[in-house]
Write a protein that binds this ligand. Structure first.
Ligand SMILES: *[C@@H]1O[C@H](CO)[C@@H](O)[C@H](O)[C@H]1NC(C)=O
Length: 424
């Protein structure tokens, strides 16, 4: 056992991807990075831990609406204690109105008529009729990327352990970073504290990555639980609409072909995890008893305990198929390397039921032409076929077929569920 753990430690050290900043001699302690962006100049607070050798994990922290780089405070302190280089950023807006252009901000469909509009605070927005504007209209992803580039060039960080975390508006913004092709490949994952995408701006991650989110069950600012006729939508006290926590994490889990949701242990939180997702990613969703709060010690522990053993997900298997989308994925395996699609093909009846096997091994599991919906598939009743799934893909793509194969709708109804693996 001892030998094993020594080996494991060694391999994690070897696996690090040092940034360019590792060639420089960086001092520990608190520092300020001042960077221009758009028409302004912004101060970002950096803290480098003392006494940790080699590349460190990097935490990019995004404040809530109207906050600034000072907001990370105790949370960044806990992260540096664990060896993270922390960067607390400041978003765009006049003093006291700093913000991130998170998914759906400014979409006229994201608030009820008469909801107060804050467009006049943000020079970057084109204000006409009230249009649910409340944050900067600059491209916040591009601002965050510029900070990231400056940081990895100057500090020694492990590029396989770069995390974006945010509270409230910052937590909304991490969903934007995850769904954007420019930023997603750089991230090991995201952590959202009391932040959700606006309604109908729920987006899947652009590449597989880890996700951990926590929300207050009685939060009235960004309510995580439905309080509308739509079970996937919540509304806050002012009239802003959100995708619920479950709707948000369901999309992540479905798009990364995760296994079934299971309980996940955390102090003072009620959590579930969907694991064995593409690239080895995990999706954790937690509720606590309380309102719009972030950064309490037990909340930070949840996030940092989650991040500690994890790093950037393995490259997506979408590049693996050669001839067509129906080929078995040569890079896929179930926990152990030898349990690939060949292994599944030997006992498809039993092994196709294993998490992810039908999706990765369409040929071994004989699930038909994997880019067309399977005309013979149904869940429980014959009228619950792919056409039925297509009407409510968000809920119904989780259904499985009856019988021993238990083929998931995401596999049998790739058109309906948008899960077709395109040939490269
Ligand atoms: C729920 O998520 C789905 C994607 O899975 C999305 O299409 C839908 O708009 C979301 N609902 C809300 C209210 O945001």
């Amino acid at each position: 056992m001892l030998r094993w753990s020594a080996l494991l430690t060694l391999s994690t050290t070897l696996a690090a991807s040092p940034s360019a900043g590792c060639d420089l001699d960086t001092q520990a302690g608190a520092q300020t990075l001042v960077l221009p962006f758009a028409s302004g100049t912004y101060e970002h607070a950096i803290a480098v831990p003392d006494g940790f050798a080699g590349p460190r994990p990097l935490l990019l922290y995004l404040h809530g609406w109207g906050g600034d780089s000072g907001e990370c405070g105790a949370t960044c302190g806990r992260a540096t204690d664990r060896g993270y280089v922390t960067v607390a950023l400041t978003g765009v807006g006049p003093s006291g109105w700093s913000s991130w252009n998170s998914p759906g901000a400014g979409d006229p469909a994201t608030c009820a008529p008469g909801t107060p509009d804050f467009c006049h605070k943000y020079a970057s927005c084109d204000c006409g009729e009230p249009a649910c504007d409340w944050a900067t209209c600059e491209d916040s992803t591009s601002q965050i990327l510029e900070v990231y580039e400056a940081v990895v060039a100057a500090y020694c960080v492990d590029l396989d352990r770069v995390w974006a975390m945010g509270c409230s508006n910052g937590g909304m913004m991490v969903h934007g970073l995850a769904s954007d092709d420019r930023s997603a490949p750089l991230l090991a994952g995201v952590a959202t504290a009391v932040g959700l995408p606006h309604a109908h701006h729920n987006r899947k991650p652009a590449t597989p990555m880890h996700y951990v989110g926590y929300w207050g069950a009685s939060d009235r600012v960004v309510p995580p639980l439905s309080n509308t006729d739509d079970e996937d939508m919540s509304v806050d006290t002012d009239g802003w609409y959100y995708s619920t926590a479950r709707n948000t994490t369901d999309l992540w889990a479905a798009s990364m072909r995760c296994g079934a949701r299971e309980a996940y242990a955390a102090t003072s939180m009620d959590c579930t995890a969907a694991s064995q997702c593409d690239g080895g990613a995990d999706v954790v969703e937690c509720l606590f008893d309380g309102g719009h709060r972030c950064g309490r010690p037990y909340m930070d522990d949840l996030v940092f305990d989650f991040m500690e053993p994890r790093s950037r997900a393995a490259a997506t298997p979408t590049a693996a198929p050669t001839d067509g989308a129906c080929d078995d994925d040569a890079g896929w395996f179930l926990k152990k390397k030898y349990r690939g699609c060949d292994w599944v093909a030997k006992k498809p009846g039993k092994r196709c039921e294993k998490s992810g096997a039908t999706a990765a091994c369409p040929s071994a599991c004989d699930v038909g032409d994997c880019c067309d919906d399977d005309a013979t598939w149904y869940s429980k009743k014959t009228n619950r076929d792919c056409a039925w799934v297509a009407k409510k893909p968000n809920k119904r793509c989780k259904k499985k077929s009856a019988g021993s194969l238990k083929i998931k709708a995401t596999v049998a109804c790739p058109e309906a569920c948008g899960t077709c693996r395109e040939p490269p």
